[in-house]
Design a protein around this ligand. Structure first.
Ligand code: PMP
Length: 357
């Protein structure tokens, strides 16, 4: 029996995608083997690879002057690859909106002169600060558009003028309509809204590929090498890309990103409306900046939070504990979380409240 999985990632995947993969597990399209067993250079695999890219381009309306790269190493590897590859003046600006943004900043500091131009640490990362005081000679400005742990998101894309904007979209990608042309580079680990872990997506404007500094990096770390090889410089994470293709097909069937955004807004509203009127629970992020994907909340009583997690699990509502560094509770409601799952959670919260107030 499938449960409702509120994990922040790896996370719930669309059931039709899993079922399709199940059917094709041992033999894909009468070719006598699983996708896992295919050469990454075979025609059968290449079709999957190209179709996955075409779907992503279509769903996000990615302009033709952007490359899409299928890489490995997670978003964490991009914390290092971005500064190494975008290095020109050796300076970059960072907006610190939580743990992941801070990790991106720290990793970049190993490569270049990283400057914090804004931070929301003063109010426990509960809001999104104004992005101003951009260094005129920065190679880029880095943001984390959706903050998985603290549950905030950028509602407006900051205007960084002629300085390229780079965004870690790991937990927000494909959840709402995004104007890719406002960014120089977008990266995301796949394991929330794209597919399984093991695949990392980079969407990069072509003029940012191939700086002098980058051309001296080991090949595996150069965007240029991956771009020129259509992400087949070495063995790609073939099965993760195949699963991503199935998930993207499902997303297209939901009305694409605009369609899923409406569903995401109504799912998040179910949670936030309840939290705003609850006598027991409260949402943690400040109202104006709340995420559609990750909803941290608490009863402000450690024992009650723990009891909630245990009792919810008995009802088939799993992985509701907050991140270990902030505690409390968190529901991650990515694209593939059905509305019924959120409704069931809210109903259970009501029941828990009636017994515990
Ligand atoms: N950035 C964000 C916003 C994340 O949520 C995560 C993972 N939860 C990461 C980066 C790190 O991703 P990975 O484990 O793929 O390196």
């Amino acid at each position: 029996m499938r449960i409702y999985n509120f994990s922040p990632g790896p996370a719930v995947m669309p059931l039709p995608a899993l079922e399709q993969a199940g059917k094709e597990m041992a033999e894909y399209k009468d070719c006598g083997m699983s996708v896992m067993e295919m050469s990454h250079r075979s025609k059968m695999y290449m079709d999957i690879h190209q179709e996955a890219e075409a779907l992503l381009r279509d769903l996000m309306s990615i302009p033709s002057n952007y490359k899409v790269l299928f890489l490995q190493g997670g978003a964490s590897q991009q914390f290092a690859m971005v500064p190494m590859n975008l290095y020109k003046n050796g300076k970059a600006d960072f907006v610190i909106t939580g743990e992941w943004a801070n990790k991106a900043y720290k990793e970049a500091s190993r490569v270049l002169k990283a400057t914090v131009i804004a931070s929301s640490e003063d109010r426990k990362f509960g809001y999104i600060p104004k992005v101003e005081n951009i260094s005129p000679d920065a190679d880029y400005v880095h943001i984390c558009s959706n903050n998985t742990i603290c549950g905030t998101r950028f509602l407006d894309i900051p205007d960084t003028g002629n300085i390229s904007l780079v965004s870690d979209m790991s937990s927000g990608i494909l959840s709402e309509v995004t104007d890719v042309s406002k960014f120089g580079l977008i990266y995301a680990g796949a394991q929330k809204n794209i597919g399984p872990a093991g695949l990392t997506i980079v969407i990069i404007r072509e003029d940012l590929i191939g700086s002098d500094y980058a051309s001296k990096l080991p090949s595996i770390f150069q965007y240029k090498i991956h771009a020129e090889a259509d992400s087949l410089f070495n063995t790609a994470p073939t099965y993760s890309i195949y699963m991503a293709k199935l998930c993207l097909e499902w997303l297209k069937d939901q009305g694409g990103v605009a369609g899923i955004q409406k569903i995401n807004e109504s799912k998040a509203a179910l949670m936030y409306d309840f939290l705003d009127n609850s006598k027991l629970f409260r949402g943690i992020a400040e109202k104006e900046f709340r995420s559609l994907m990750n909803i941290p909340f608490t009863t402000d009583d450690d024992a009650k939070d723990k009891a909630f997690i245990k009792e919810a699990a008995e009802e088939g509502l799993l992985n509701l504990s907050g991140h270990r560094i902030v505690g409390g509770l968190r529901a991650s409601i990515y694209n593939a979380m059905p509305t019924e799952g959120v409704q069931k959670l809210v109903n259970f919260m009501k029941e828990f409240e009636s017994k515990n107030v």
